[in-house]
Design a protein around this ligand. Structure first.
Ligand code: HEC
Length: 226
């Protein structure tokens, strides 16, 4: 017992420390695996290279999903979960999805922000690197605007129930979800939003697992909307 017990105590201690560090806002940057994204070179760009128009839909979507976890591990504690700011730091959803917004974004990401000797935002350029920077940027700019799903809540929960119950033609539902996804607007002006409708549509592949992933995406999206 002693060995396991000691292991558990060490674990609990480490966990407690991590929690304390978190409470004090002093958190080490979380590494981001960006291997699945195309390289962008050493020199810092001033425009997001992972937009669908420049890199294609597949790269764009990969950037959104990598950016999602990278953002929520490194930025959310100040800028808000899902990029909905609670007032501690600016709401990044409104940063224009164009070169002007990108340049400003890249500047802050690389160097952070210090005021009167106090670090308000740490620098991330060296620790996370450029690919992670643009993946996070892609995620941020595809956030749906507030209330974007409101008009569709009833229909989306009906679809969710159908998927959970194993009824409904997946191909038909997928098409309907895609149509709903296209109506969702971003606050940044980016042409396509990431949304629960979109994630659910992409998850549907005719299999029971696909239906499960899709209904989970809808459940998460619908609860976040409330
Ligand atoms: C410790 C808190 C903190 C963390 C963590 C943090 N930021 Fe910030 N960020 C701030 C504050 C505070 C500002 C406002 C600085 C100012 O007054 O210009 C800011 C400003 C910004 C801006 C400029 C926004 C604007 O409208 O001018 C961008 C872009 C930005 N942050 C991106 C990020 C990204 C991306 C991450 C994660 C990789 C991140 N930040 C992590 C606190 C933080």
């Amino acid at each position: 017992m002693t060995k396991t017990y000691r292991g558990l105590t060490a674990f609990a201690a480490a966990f407690g420390l991590a929690t304390m560090a978190f409470a004090h806002g002093d958190v080490a940057p979380q590494p981001v695996n960006t291997d699945a994204l195309p390289d962008v070179g050493e020199e810092w760009l001033i425009e997001n290279p992972y937009r669908a128009a420049a890199a294609g839909d597949e790269v764009w979507w990969t950037a959104v999903t990598i950016g999602d976890s990278a953002y929520n591990q490194n930025c959310a504690r100040c800028h808000g979960l899902g990029v909905v700011s609670g007032g501690l730091a600016p709401d990044l959803r409104f940063l224009e999805a164009a070169e002007y917004g990108d340049e400003w974004y890249a500047e802050r990401f690389q160097h952070g922000y210090t005021q009167d000797g106090t670090t308000k935002m740490p620098a991330f350029g060296e620790v996370l690197g450029q690919k992670a920077a643009w993946a996070i940027r892609t995620y941020i700019e595809t956030r749906p605007e507030d209330g974007a799903l409101d008009a569709h809540t009833a229909r989306l929960s009906a679809i969710r129930d159908q998927l959970v119950g194993g009824s409904g033609d997946q191909a038909v539902l997928k098409e309907e979800l895609m149509a709903i996804a296209l109506e969702v607007k971003t606050a940044s002006g980016a042409p396509v939003a990431d949304s629960a409708a979109k994630r659910a549509a992409l998850a549907l592949d005719g299999s029971p697992e696909g239906a499960k992933h899709a209904s989970d995406a809808l459940t998460i999206g619908l609860s976040a909307a409330h």
